[in-house]
Ligand binder design. Structure first.
Ligand SMILES: Cc1cc2nc3c(=O)[nH]c(=O)nc-3n(C[C@H](O)[C@H](O)[C@H](O)COP(=O)(O)OP(=O)(O)OC[C@H]3O[C@@H](n4cnc5c(N)ncnc54)[C@H](O)[C@@H]3O)c2cc1C
Length: 382
């Protein structure tokens, strides 16, 4: 692996959520990039403007049966998370059994695409379904202790020579100006916007397709004797009239630290930071009604709120050679400007796939970058 000072391209990444960290790690593993992350919030911070630590999170793909591109992103990520569950306990990933419950079986029910990917996919026999559930499926999946996983990614990045710097930037131009401390040159060759919901207000982006989808969760513990069973159990329950990922969704996601996340809400355009007490009560009651043997004696530790970075047009993964400041005239300061944001409720479960995809797109721009820079050097002399 090249020493950080001899790496060819300087990269400034905006954002230290799961998207920014995964992108940074993918670049660093390639060896040819010097990577600096700049972010207002860093792993172990808790803030409403930093979604990642609030995520449940488990792998339960929402990709449509025809959406092969999203399926690929989710598949690559699942395979990586499964590897971590088996080999690197410090990542905070564990295997468990997923359950999808429908209060009313959808008329047009189709098997999910990932029945080919996950082990042990099957329909739950009627006699094993909880009260109030008409239809259900089960499969092996993983849960992610999101704050722990962010710290794990940060640690990996630091080990590979990447850096993280706390700071707020107002625009892509300002991001590009943050210097590196390399021998040859200090300027960024590549900037990557992984600012999640921040992309709504970031200068040079101002993406008004971005909006928050508020998620309130309740964090509980069960009595010690129930934990061995509880840590194996994750579920999503869909109310009548709702489909996967929309409408009222009730869910349970245990983490490897003994805490269990109960959800939830999906409230578009709601920025309210404070948890609502009535919602906490409603979520808890819904979960207890479905699984009284595990949760009727659970203790509520706290309620939390996170804002999913949703985007009308879907996730934005793009890269192009660009000159951010045309007032500079012809000059070799063109760079690759890339974006990886808008992951709504699937930022963890597609994180590795999205990071691979953006890095692939960036690498596809490098030849053009060199050629445009060389032309600009010539033009600047004329
Ligand atoms: C309740 C809840 C449950 C969820 N459950 C799941 C789940 O089960 N599975 C799943 O895959 N996903 C889940 N998600 C979704 C997941 O959390 C998000 O998709 C993901 O965290 C988005 O990560 P991100 O890195 O894009 O954004 P963020 O984590 O919000 O990171 C954005 C970063 O950009 C920085 N930033 C923004 N603007 C600026 C600026 N101008 N200057 C400097 N820094 C800036 C911030 O400080 C931060 O570091 C859930 C979310 C919620 C709220």
């Amino acid at each position: 692996m090249p020493h950080p000072q001899t790496r060819k391209y300087n990269v400034n990444i905006l954002g230290a959520g799961v998207s920014g960290l995964s992108t940074a790690l993918t670049l660093l593993e390639k060896g040819n990039y010097s990577v600096k992350i700049i972010a207002t919030h860093l792993p172990s911070d808790l803030n409403i403007d930093y979604t990642s630590p609030w995520a449940g999170a488990h792998w339960r793909s929402f990709a449509d049966i025809a959406d092969l591109a999203q399926q690929e992103l989710d598949t690559v990520t699942y395979n990586r998370l499964a590897y971590l569950a088996e080999n690197e306990p410090e990542a905070g990933i564990m295997y468990l059994t997923g359950h999808d419950y429908w209060e009313v079986k959808p008329k047009d029910f189709e098997d999910v695409w990932f029945k080919r990917l996950l082990k042990n996919y099957r329909y739950i026999p009627k006699e094993e379904l909880p009260p109030g559930i008409e239809f259900g499926t089960t499969y092996t999946t993983v849960s992610i202790n999101s704050p722990k996983y962010l710290l794990y990614l940060q640690e990996k990045i630091l080990k590979l020579g990447g850096t993280l710097e706390r700071g707020t930037v107002s625009s892509l131009k300002a991001l590009a100006r943050i210097p590196h401390h390399n021998k040859d040159h200090t300027k960024a060759d590549i900037v990557i916007n992984c600012s999640g919901l921040g992309s709504r207000t970031l200068g040079g982006v101002h993406d008004h397709q971005m909006f928050p989808t508020r998620g309130q969760v309740v964090i509980v513990k069960v009595p010690d004797e129930l934990w061995p069973k509880a840590k194996q159990y994750t579920m999503e329950q869909y109310a009548e009239g709702s489909c996967m990922g929309a409408g009222t969704v009730t869910y349970v996601i245990p983490r490897d630290n003994g805490e269990i996340i109960l959800g939830g809400t999906m409230e578009h355009w709601n920025y309210q930071e404070a948890p609502c007490e009535l919602t906490t009560k409603a979520i808890f009651e819904r979960v207890v009604a479905t699984k009284p043997d595990l949760f009727s004696k659970a203790t509520i530790l706290r309620s939390c709120v996170g804002l999913r970075p949703n985007r009308c047009g879907g996730v934005r993964i793009s890269a192009a050679v660009d000159q951010l400041d045309w007032n500079e005239g012809w000059n070799p300061n063109v760079l690759v400007v890339a974006h990886n944001y808008g992951h709504a409720g699937f930022g963890f479960q597609s994180s590795v796939g999205c990071a691979n995809k953006i890095v692939e797109q960036i690498e596809g721009c490098l030849e053009e970058l060199e050629s445009v820079r060389s032309q600009a050097r010539t033009m600047a002399k004329l």
